[in-house]
Design a protein around this ligand. Sequence first.
Ligand SMILES: NC(=O)c1ccc[n+]([C@@H]2O[C@H](COP(=O)([O-])OP(=O)(O)OC[C@H]3O[C@@H](n4cnc5c(N)ncnc54)[C@H](OP(=O)(O)O)[C@@H]3O)[C@@H](O)[C@H]2O)c1
Length: 294
Amino acid sequence: MKPVALVTGAAGLIGGYLVRTAPRWVPDWDVRGVTRDEVDLTDHGQVERLWNRHRPDLVIHCAALSRTGLCEQEPERARQINVEATRSLADLAKDVPFIFLSTDQVFDGAKGQYVETDAVRPLNVYGKTKAEAEQVVLANPAHAVVRIALTAGTSPTRDRSFVEDMVRTAAKGTMMTLFTDEFRCPLPAGALVRALWEIGLQGRPGLYHLGGRERLSRWEIGELLAARFPELRSSIRPGSVADYQGPPRPPDLSMCSDTIQALLSFRLPGFRQWLTEKPSNGGDPWDDPSAVAR
Ligand SMILES: NC(=O)c1ccc[n+]([C@@H]2O[C@H](COP(=O)([O-])OP(=O)(O)OC[C@H]3O[C@@H](n4cnc5c(N)ncnc54)[C@H](OP(=O)(O)O)[C@@H]3O)[C@@H](O)[C@H]2O)c1
């Protein structure tokens, strides 16, 4: 019998990639993706029944309310799924490796190049709920938190990744202002899930940052994407966060991923490198990390 890995949020962007790439990266595991159709993770009774049904040997917990705007509108709903559901699952998983996906948005973006020992200071409800859940998970020294960066990918519903958001916005004819002074370390989903599977198989507890090698401005990211998705070209323009009016935005959420890199069998790519080295063959441009393997 193969060991069982449970992946929550399997209908979402990253959970979807974890399940799809499992035969490639973890062929000796029985990987079971859980979607909202099977269980509402905010219902503790349902979570217990889920646990008893699967009895997993590893959990990668991706389910979340991940849209920052929705979290602001519905903070209690955000807390229930991002914190309380995480608590339920982590409690049940107390004796097995558990990986919780957190976010660079636990930081305020004032410093940039964040390392794992930097103090968190979230600016929004999403970041606050994730920071709270991190503490819940890390209370068990056998569990892991991976703070991930902006992830490029193709989601099962085609409406989850920031690239899909941009393409959809462009299709509506809406102009997007991309800040030249707001920085991120984007990572393609294919490389991200390969790293998660490797950490999962090693059973590595602790806190990790996982982002791309390159720190890029939103505008640079947009220019790189426009070279691959020409429909974006006429819909993006550069701007400055100094001219933006609205809720606070963390300016520099770049992260240093050296700790996790030291544990991986492949080199984490930069976003520019990924897009230039990986040929456009009509397939999923965010999959197939073999193109950048060491
Ligand atoms: N993608 C990124 O750029 C990024 C960056 C940093 C951190 N993260 C974190 O990485 C993790 C995965 O992100 P993602 O982009 O894959 O998110 P996603 O596409 O929004 O997927 C999250 C999934 O969780 C499910 N879910 C929400 N509430 C649930 C509930 N009560 N019961 C069962 N399932 C529920 C959602 O189902 P519904 O669709 O039905 O709501 C969705 O399928 C999240 O924790 C996110 O915060 C993502």
